[in-house]
Design a protein around this ligand. Structure first.
Ligand SMILES: [Zn+2]
Length: 191
């Protein structure tokens, strides 16, 4: 797609550029997953994806599940040197390697990996005063693992409104979609 000059100018006004190897954080608003959002014609566009297109040209449309991924693991970064194209699977594997994926964020000390539904169940049962030792037997994980769930040390993401893995696929969101939920306003006068 052709990108209009004013959009590019607006983009740069919201980027904190530091040296070429450091992260360039987006100063505009962020979505729930902390990806920067640039508003163009009433549509929220992912700022890092916009950056990729400005620097390297269009993101290929085949295969259809291509993402613009971050080598720096910093969703709000728009430094083109930190952006690479990969499939959804590449992106997930990369996140897992870096410990950002669900499994690694979860109970990684235990051989048994609890899924999110089980963790929600455990939280419910803890609220009903079920004992840690009992839950550890039922779910086959260590008491420490249950204790961490109780204290909220792991699986904090389950308490968030949006449990699903943050995905970076849509080039153009629905109008207003990006502003639903919690929005961080880092600049007072974004358009
Ligand atoms: Zn970066």
């Amino acid at each position: 797609m052709a990108i209009a000059e004013p959009a590019i100018n607006r983009f740069w006004k919201k980027v904190k550029i530091s040296n070429e190897n450091e992260c360039w954080p987006w100063l505009g608003r962020l979505d729930n997953c902390r990806y920067g959002i640039l508003d163009i014609d009433g549509k929220g566009i992912k700022a890092h994806r916009f950056s990729y297109i400005v620097h390297y040209g269009n993101v290929p449309i085949n295969p259809p599940d291509l993402c613009v991924c971050h080598s720096c693991d910093n969703p709000s970064c728009v430094n083109p040197k930190h952006l690479w194209i990969g499939t959804r699977t590449d992106n997930m594997q990369d996140k897992m390697k870096k410990g950002r994926g669900n499994h690694l964020r979860g109970i990684n000390a235990s051989k048994v990996i609890l899924n999110e539904n089980q963790v929600i169940e455990i939280k419910e049962k803890l609220k009903l005063d079920m004992k840690i030792s009992e839950l550890s037997k039922i779910y086959g994980v260590s008491r420490i693992a249950i204790w961490h769930i109780k204290k909220g040390h792991n699986w904090k993401h389950i308490d968030g409104k949006n449990n699903k893995e943050c995905e970076e696929i849509n080039w153009v969101g629905e109008p207003g979609a990006a502003s639903s939920g919690k929005v961080d306003e880092l600049t007072p006068n974004h358009p």
